[in-house]
Write a protein that binds this ligand. Structure first.
Ligand code: NAD
Length: 386
């Protein structure tokens, strides 16, 4: 079985799907690993390191894509020199990576038409059993860490309290909205830098986690259930939105830094920081909006751009995990390795058991069909809107 590691061609994507260490483990298991020349260059893993791990370095992308039984990558396949990468795969091949199936169901349709088996890393279930395959979590924690560092670098203030001969400096006040995986990592990082941190989330269950990281949990009592059966946040009513916005406004106004991470799966990110709230902030304040790619939690956010509004810097950062490519690749590679080891048996055969919840959730296309109900619905919706 040939497992191929593709070079990422997406602009700004510095990660690689497998690093030499994980390649070595797979080679030891008897898997033939092919790595596209330069695949690890932007994450500082040289071709020589892959070769030393037992991989074959392939210079021609057509050979790599066309002969792979399994192809691992990070970002969704796309056009490459006049061809679509999906068309470079052979029928029946397996593609593993982020494919954004709910945001871009047309790609899933294309993959199904080409009879590719697609395993989408964003659909790994968020269960204890699948924890070490959970790429959304591994990459979100990188994003949270980076967001706190970017905020600290952009702020005209120190994060920690400093007592110096030139006087005492008060610590920065950081407010984190959304205390999921990214938010919790942003809290931990801002705390390590010495800031005073507050956090808000509509899921009350995160209160203890927030407090255990040394931050204050901002509470809003809502008269409705805010958590869906799958543990994620639900879309809330207009009344609840109004109530949360009043509280958010009070805390945004007094903060030096606001980091927004709030998301609701399958929907546009909720708008939580309005233009009026930004206008009330002190000049020099900073907002880092991790949800920028999903439309942003702040009304002033421009995805991929840093802007100034009334003296407030708003950073609409995208693909944060790509800015720490060694460690984000290392974590992503571990997620892929665990998934592969789960699917490949001792005899080296790749097996998909559709009774298994990890396979059932993650497999978007197989044998010419879209197998994921939600992706099919997203595609149907797209057709209705067309
Ligand atoms: P996410 O990226 O979808 O959202 C980030 C945070 O935004 C969440 O905490 C959410 O509650 C919050 N949010 C949504 N709307 C909001 C609003 N209007 N105001 C304030 N906050 C809002 O979430 P995530 O970080 O990917 O994951 C969170 C969920 O996944 C949790 O239920 C978590 O326990 C679960 N999870 C479980 C596992 C596991 O069991 N292995 C692993 C990772 C995550």
């Amino acid at each position: 079985m040939k497992l191929a590691v593709a070079k990422e061609i997406e602009m700004g994507e510095n990660r690689v799907a497998l690093i030499p260490d994980t390649v070595a483990r797979l080679v030891k298991q008897g898997i033939e690993v092919w790595v596209e020349a330069g695949a690890g260059e932007r994450s500082f893993f040289a071709d020589e390191a892959y070769a030393a791990a037992g991989a074959k370095i392939i210079s021609d992308p057509n050979t790599l894509w066309g002969e792979a039984d399994i192809l691992a990558k990070v970002s969704p396949p796309q056009e490459r020199e006049g061809k679509h990468e999906v068309d470079m795969l052979r029928e029946g091949a397996v593609l593993i990576g982020f494919t954004n199936p709910l945001g871009n169901p047309s790609l899933a349709q294309k993959l199904a038409q080409r009879r590719i088996t697609t395993l989408s890393m964003e659909l790994i279930p968020r269960t204890t059993r699948a924890q070490s395959m959970d790429a959304l979590s591994s990459q979100a924690s990188v994003a949270g860490y980076q967001a706190a560092l970017i905020a600290a670098a952009a702020s005209p203030k120190f994060f920690p309290m400093l007592t110096t001969a030139a006087g005492t400096i008060a610590p920065a006040k950081v407010f984190i909205i959304g205390a999921g995986v990214a938010g919790l990592q942003a809290i931990a990082t801002a705390r390590r830098l010495g800031a005073v941190v507050e956090a808000f989330d509509i899921r009350p269950a995160v209160k203890e986690e927030v407090q255990s990281l040394g931050a204050k949990f901002v509470e809003v009592k809502l008269d409705e259930e805010t958590v869906a059966d799958n543990g994620y946040a639900k879309e809330i009513s207009e009344v609840s939105k109004q109530k949360t916005q009043e509280t958010i406004a009070e805390h945004v106004k007094i903060s030096d830094v606001v980091i927004t991470t709030a998301q609701v799966p399958g929907r546009k990110a909720p708008l939580l920081v309005t233009e009026e709230m930004v206008a009330q902030m002190k000049p020099g304040s900073v907002i880092v909006d991790i949800a920028a790619e999903q439309g942003g939690n702040c009304a002033c956010t421009q995805p991929g751009r840093d802007i100034r509004y009334n003296g407030v810097t708003i950073i609409g950062t995208t693909n944060l995990p790509s800015s720490t490519p060694i460690h984000s690749s290392q974590m992503y590679a571990k997620n892929i390795l665990t998934l592969l080891q789960y699917l490949i048996n001792k005899e080296g055969e790749f097996n998909l058991n559709f009774e298994d919840d990890i396979v059932k959730n993650t497999c978007v296309t197989h044998a010419g069909e879209i197998r994921n109900q939600k992706v099919q619905e997203a595609l149907d919706q797209l057709r209705v809107n067309a």
